[in-house]
Design a protein around this ligand. Sequence first.
Ligand SMILES: C[S@@+](CC[C@H](N)C(=O)[O-])C[C@H]1O[C@@H](n2cnc3c(N)ncnc32)[C@H](O)[C@@H]1O
Length: 257
Amino acid sequence: MNADWKATFTATFGAPASAVSARIWTEVYGDEYPAELDTYSFVTRTDLHRIAEEARLEPGRRLADLGCGRGGPGLWVAARTYATLTGIDIAETALASARRRAEALPLSDVEATDFRVGTFADTGLDDASSEAVMSVDALLFAPDKALACAEFARILVPGGRLVVTTWDFDGQPQNRPPQVADHRPLLESAGFDVLSYEETPDWRARQQRTMELSLERVEDLAAESGEDPSRLRASLEQALRNQDLMTRRVLMVASRR
Ligand SMILES: C[S@@+](CC[C@H](N)C(=O)[O-])C[C@H]1O[C@@H](n2cnc3c(N)ncnc32)[C@H](O)[C@@H]1O
C-alpha cells in the first residue's frame, strides 16, 4: 500500500514540535542537535555549516529549500549567507509554521522569504530562478528521484549549487517510495557535475539510537501526539527495519552545468 505522505506530514506538522523527540535528539546528538530550529530530521550543526558553505551564495542571491518542513534549516542557511529563501513542501501545515518562524526573526536576519506548496517533481518555481537549492532528509519521500533531479536542474541557474542530505538504499524499504542505490548517475543525467558525495559522520549509530530511544518512550510519544501507541510502535519498528537497508546517509554537492 502506498502511504499518503501529504496527509501524514500535514498531520505531523499540524501539531506542535514534539518535546519528547527533542529530548531524545538532544540525548543522542548533544550539541550537534540544532534544537532552536524545530527540525524534523537528522540534520546536525555540522551538516548545516557544510550546506551554507557549499551553497556558495553571495548576499541577495536566491536559495530554495525543497521539503523544507518547519523552515528552520533553510532559514538558518539563508541568514548565514544573506540569501533570500523560498521554501517548498507538500504540507501546508509545515509552511504555516515556517512562515511564523520567519516572521518571528529579527528583520535583518533574512531579507525575504516565501513558503509555498509544491513537490520535488513540480516546485512551481521558474526556470533558472535559484542560485542554490538545498534539501534536508526529504528526497527519500520523492516518488521519482530522476524527476526530482530534473526539477533541481530546471530551477537552478548554470553554475548553481545543489546541496542535499538523503540516503542510498540497498533494496526497497517497506511503505516508502522507490529508493535508489546511488544518486550520482541521476544527477549526472539531469545536467549536474557531482562535486562531493560523502557519508555524514556517525549517521548509522545516531539514527539507530534515536529509534531505540523512541521505541523505549513510545507511550510518552503517543500521549503527546494522541496517536495509538501500538500503531506508533509498529511504524517505529518498521523504520528500524528500513534502516538496515540504508547503505549511507549522504551529503551531496553538485554544480549545474
Ligand atoms: C523528514 S522531513 C524534513 C523536513 C526539514 N527538511 C527538516 O530538516 O526539518 C521531510 C519533509 O519532506 C516533505 N515532503 C515529503 N514528500 C515531499 C514531496 N514529494 N515534495 C516535497 N516535499 C515533500 C515533508 O512534508 C517533510 O516536511
